[in-house]
Design a protein around this ligand. Sequence first.
Ligand SMILES: Nc1ncnc2c1ncn2[C@@H]1O[C@H](COP(=O)(O)OP(=O)(O)OP(=O)(O)O)[C@@H](O)[C@H]1O
Length: 769
Amino acid sequence: MLGPLLGTCSAFRVHQPSMSLLSTGHPAKARMSLGTALRGVGRLTGNPSSQSRRLHQSPGHRPVPCSWPVSRFRHSPLPAPEFQRSTPLGIGASVSVRSFGFLAYFVRGSKARRVPTTAANQSTSAQPRDPAITPNQVAGQQQQGHSSETLPSHNQTESAPLLRASSPTPPPSEDALEVERNSPPQVTWQSLLRLVRLARPEYKLLGCAVGLLLVSSAITMSVPFAMGKIIDIVATAATPIPFGLTTRQFFAILGSVFVVGGVANAGRVMLIRTAGERVILRLREKLFGALVHQDIPFFDRHRTGDLVSRLANDTNVVGKSLTNNVSDGLRSLVMAGAGLSMMVYMSPTLTGIMLGIVPPISIAAIIYGRFVRDLSHHTQTALGDSTKVVEERLSNIRTVQAFVMEKAEQALYHDRVHTVYKLARREAVYSGLFFGGAGLFGNLAIMAVLGVGGNMVLQQTLTVGELTSFLLYTAYVGGSLSGLTSFYSEIMKGLGASGRIFSLLDAQPTIRSNQGAQRTLPALEGRVTFEDVDFVYPARERARIFERLSFDVAAGSVVGIAGASGSGKSTLIALLLRFYDPQAGRILVDGVDVRDLDLTWWRRQVALVNQEPTLFAGTIAENIAYGLDGFVPESRILEAIRQASCDFIHDLPDGIHTFVGERGVSLSGGQKQRVAIARAIIKNPRILLFDEATSALDSENEYLMKEALEKLTQGRTVITIAHRLSTLKSSDLILCMEDGRVAEMGPFNELMAKPNGPFRKLMEYQTSH
Ligand SMILES: Nc1ncnc2c1ncn2[C@@H]1O[C@H](COP(=O)(O)OP(=O)(O)OP(=O)(O)O)[C@@H](O)[C@H]1O
């Protein structure tokens, strides 16, 4: 009796790889992985140089606004080990482990909901929020199990809010923001429907794919039956070939059917993936569009790393869950149903035995699997922490090397990776026991079926071929059930990811262009008035910046703003540009409240040169033309370069087509500032805002720039934030800021003539230090 049974077993083992090839649904399963995420980001990044060079070729082309920091993704969470994966232990292990996975889906599903964002999101922002805490302290605290996010902010100890917002939505507290960031999204029927609606435009592709899926699944499910028949034909000459076919004809037909199955499967995979990529493409475009239109308080609340992760990872998860996972789930459903029916058809007794053994073992496996999975989760978290160190230190390598901290950083990383190693080692031991046990019990279950089935063969109530078919169907059903469990958890992941995406898509900016009276002023003169302005930053509502701030800047005048660091000089500019709205009071331009102006029109009247000018990865020409619509002639760029005294550009080998690197890294601070000034000048704005725009220039270049700027400022209102005496001297009017209010205001000489005046004291302090 054992002979045929062992023969059956070994035949199964030999055939298993080829069967798994036929059952392409599972090997082909696309799971979210680090590689996928990086590929996604790679696509987003594109080739900046090639993109940027097109500026002057295509009218309407705008420079690439930014390049995505690929490094932020390098620590994307690695997928946790999946316990339902087939093992090299043979059929028993494969069947039982997959079956355990089926019952374990509740565990994974709930976990997927509990941990919506993992190391990827945490690790992207390792900046300490409390300025009093150094990076090393942060690192130390993280090592003790606290992430930088949980560090108490010094503001939390401050007294109750000084001001209440009069804006439509009250600013959320920092704690509330933390909760918002960490809380899992709501999974409801509406969100499920909304998720499904994303795939609606792809219904043609998906419909064809489902048709092909049914064909390929039907053919795949005929394999065990056909194999059983072949074994019976070969083993017993008495078994007739169906439909009176010859052996040759039988194999030819079988081969042709398999070819059809292969073609159908290939078509299914191609169509499904194409549909998935199209969903991802649309989602990414929509999401990026929504993000760039958000107001600045939104970006104060959300960390860039989180947003990038949603754009790259979550869109991918959603696209895949709607297409690949649904297709795989459907395939699993069809195959599990058909397989179980065939099992019952072949032998109800053996089916009963199988169903009696697997569920109890599966329940035990769920409990153990949960324990091992939690261990794995700890390992992933520790891995995320260690990745944070790498990312932060490598992106700030100049600081690390300048402070000769290489060895200290190495030691810190050593500690982190050793923690990961210890957890991973523990996980390896328990996982080994898990897989070993699962394989053993699976094989025991198979043995039981073989024992009973063997007896049935001896009693001639079952043929050897039928027993083989039965075992093959068992394997197929096991695999399909496993597919169904991952289908559930993938859909859950998709729902979680779509919830995070929808929350961004639904976010309504409080400051946007299509609100208010949307006025434009035909002849803007440029008078700027602050009238009793109260302001707190929404993300830090307990720290008042301005209280009843009032001043008036005449049209066409040059105003210098002085004040100690942190006195709110840059905040003035942020308010003027409507990055924020004041909670009380008004900001007027030519007597009109800026909130009544069309935002796009208003921002086009103003040009800003920042303290730390931001250049984008692209050429100098593209950076200068940034903000202009349509085709920009080279002559216009050269004129702006001349006006901004950017002569250094002509000495560069590629001139205005020199690539400036990410964030303009290949230019010096002074050169970047001059390019930024050219970028402001080319806009020909009515109001020019300089936020310490010449601070990075040496004395000679500052002098040259000053001369150039004097010409440029004629006929415009210019507001200059400056610390340097030389810059302030040439202003028509000086505003000296102190404690959120204008402490003093007047011409330079007048303010300097007051022996104890705040401005004079500030200047004296600066010149004596
Ligand atoms: N986005 C923000 N969210 C919360 N608080 C902010 C934000 N930006 C600035 N602040 C705070 O507002 C205050 C004023 O900052 P601001 O940048 O206007 O000062 P400043 O006078 O320009 O300083 P400096 O001369 O050093 O550039 C500071 O206490 C700063 O910490």
